[in-house]
Unconditional design. Structure first.
Length: 159
């Protein structure tokens, strides 16, 4: 009785295996037909065509991301250079762009690039460490109070 139950279980398992094998061979024979292969290729081409716009959009976004990343790195270098320059420079140092065709933002970028010693920017930016808008002070034309103030400023500057 026990043997008969085991035989029935084994027979059921073998029948299931035979059915699965038959389905597999039918499936493989279907794929070997030229019509099936053409149909599969047609479907795959349709899927690729449909997804092409998403792939292109993704590539554009990736390119833009790389550009922005490089821009952020460059801006970080500019900010670091400006902070370092402010630590060592006198507060009345002036920068001026020699041509007037730049907007305020691009002018700031150009000045920062000049501080970074980039040759194409350094050629366009002038730097002055004194106030060129004032007349040079002549001791003969100055009052005694102004003379003392000038001497004190020179002493503090030298310290």
């Amino acid at each position: 009785m026990k043997g008969k139950a085991l035989l029935d279980i084994e027979k059921t398992r073998l029948d299931n295996l035979k059915l699965a094998l038959k389905q597999k061979t039918e499936f493989e024979s279907t794929f070997k037909k030229t019509e099936s292969i053409k149909q599969i290729q047609f479907i795959a081409a349709g899927i690729l065509r449909k997804n092409l716009k998403f792939v292109r959009k993704s590539e554009e976004i990736e390119t833009r991301l790389k550009q922005l990343s490089e821009s952020i790195k460059h801006t970080k270098k500019q900010v670091d250079a400006l902070q370092l320059q402010l630590n060592f420079e006198k507060r009345h140092t002036c920068y001026k762009i020699l041509t007037q065709k730049y907007s305020r933002n691009s002018a700031a970028t150009l000045i920062a690039d000049a501080i970074l010693n980039e040759p194409q920017a350094a050629q366009l930016v002038a730097r002055s460490s004194s106030n060129n808008f004032e007349m040079e002070k002549d001791l003969e034309l100055m009052s005694e109070l102004d003379k003392d103030e000038l001497i004190h400023k020179q002493i503090f500057r030298d310290l």
